[in-house]
Design a protein around this ligand. Structure first.
Ligand code: SF4
Length: 344
């Protein structure tokens, strides 16, 4: 069993769950007993920080009590998140947890990261002698943010089905694996009635915050365009990027080419991408300029609806009546824009 500080820093580990099961309070005690008031407060703080700062935040882990409260706050945060029942909120929460773990993992030994990666079935190979780490290519592809040039397979050394990575890369793969796991777990859990009653005011507060945040995003013009006129596909890709999700290359390509077709310049497009937790202006600028043609001889046209469907980035369940009449996302925007202009 790992020590308490480690369990507090990485509450998603199997050892942490085991510790709570063997030594922790019952759910009712956790929710009602004054002894666990601090864990409840930290649980809400994790969610608040994750939503507003994209990181669950740091607290003192100087004593055993500090560590236990931190550890217990994790299941509380998750249970409250399930009751907030908002996909966007939960995704930001998952990212906040994963990003915090990533920051801590960077300071740990490589051996520790290798142990953590086993919890996510990431198959690794480590040669201590030459300090070389590699990961099985299928696991690499599952979690690598391949939208970035240095993560593309073509830019990596592969030997016997394993890809060479660094300590930092492994921490990043764990970030993505943890984020995916939390997202998956939250989406399959039901809201617990007692949690709902105990945290009613916090749950309401979070739901209102998300609503206000959505309104702000929808009302804010991006450069010369308005978000509310975007077709469902582009709205989805944009909100995934703003929530810091690992959007597949085709989605990012379609959005950049689409915004470019609406005459947004590179800086206006970059502004949209800048909310991602791992946003790196130089790399993103390079990608955007490549698609828009400012740094190459080709300017790519945005894909039409058929192609969007082929790539699985047309959210067919969200298609509206206008979607059924058009064959290109660009046309969708133009019709909406003309309709509004006609009203004036
Ligand atoms: S039908 Fe076309 S415009 Fe509508 S969501 Fe799908 S890809 Fe986008």
């Amino acid at each position: 069993m790992q020590n308490l500080t480690i369990l507090a820093k990485y509450p998603f580990l199997t050892d942490a769950k085991k510790y709570i099961k063997e030594n922790g309070p019952t759910v009712n005690e956790l929710l009602e007993n004054i002894l666990y008031e601090r864990a409840r407060t930290i649980g809400v703080e994790r969610l608040d920080n994750a939503f507003n700062k994209r990181d669950i935040g740091e607290r003192s882990l100087a004593t055993d009590t500090d560590c236990i409260m931190e550890l217990l706050s994790y299941p509380i945060a998750r249970m409250v998140a399930v009751c907030v029942a908002d996909n966007y909120f939960n995704k930001r929460y998952a990212l906040g947890e994963a990003y915090n773990a990533y920051k801590n993992l960077l300071k740990e030994s490589t051996e520790f990261l290798l142990d953590v990666s086993k919890e996510f079935n990431i198959k690794t190979y480590y040669s201590k002698e030459n300090n070389k780490i590699s990961v099985f290519f299928k696991d690499y592809l599952r979690y690598a943010p391949t939208r970035y040039k240095e993560w593309k397979m073509i830019n990596r050394d592969m030997e016997h089905g394993h890809i060479r990575i660094t300590h930092k890369d492994l921490a990043r793969l764990i970030l993505e694996a943890l984020r995916a796991r939390i997202n998956q777990e939250l989406s399959t859990r039901e809201c617990n009635k007692t949690i709902n009653e105990t945290f009613t005011s916090d749950i309401n507060k979070f739901q209102n915050t998300v609503m206000m945040h959505r309104k702000k995003i929808e009302a804010a013009p991006v450069g010369k365009i308005s978000i509310e006129k975007l077709p469902p596909c582009m709205k989805d890709i944009l909100s995934a990027i703003q929530a810091g999700e690992n959007v597949p290359h085709m989605g990012r390509f379609a959005l950049v080419a689409f915004l470019n077709s609406l005459k947004l310049n590179t800086n206006e497009i970059l502004k949209l991408f800048s909310t991602a937790p791992d946003y790196e202006e130089d790399k993103t600028r390079y990608q955007v300029e490549h698609i828009t043609g400012s740094s190459s001889t080709t300017s790519y046209r945005p894909p039409g609806c058929d192609k969007m469907r082929t790539y699985g980035i047309c959210p067919t369940d969200k298609m509206d009546n206008l979607c059924k009449r058009i064959s290109h996302p660009h046309r969708y925007y133009i019709i909406k824009w003309k309709r509004e202009k006609g009203k004036k």
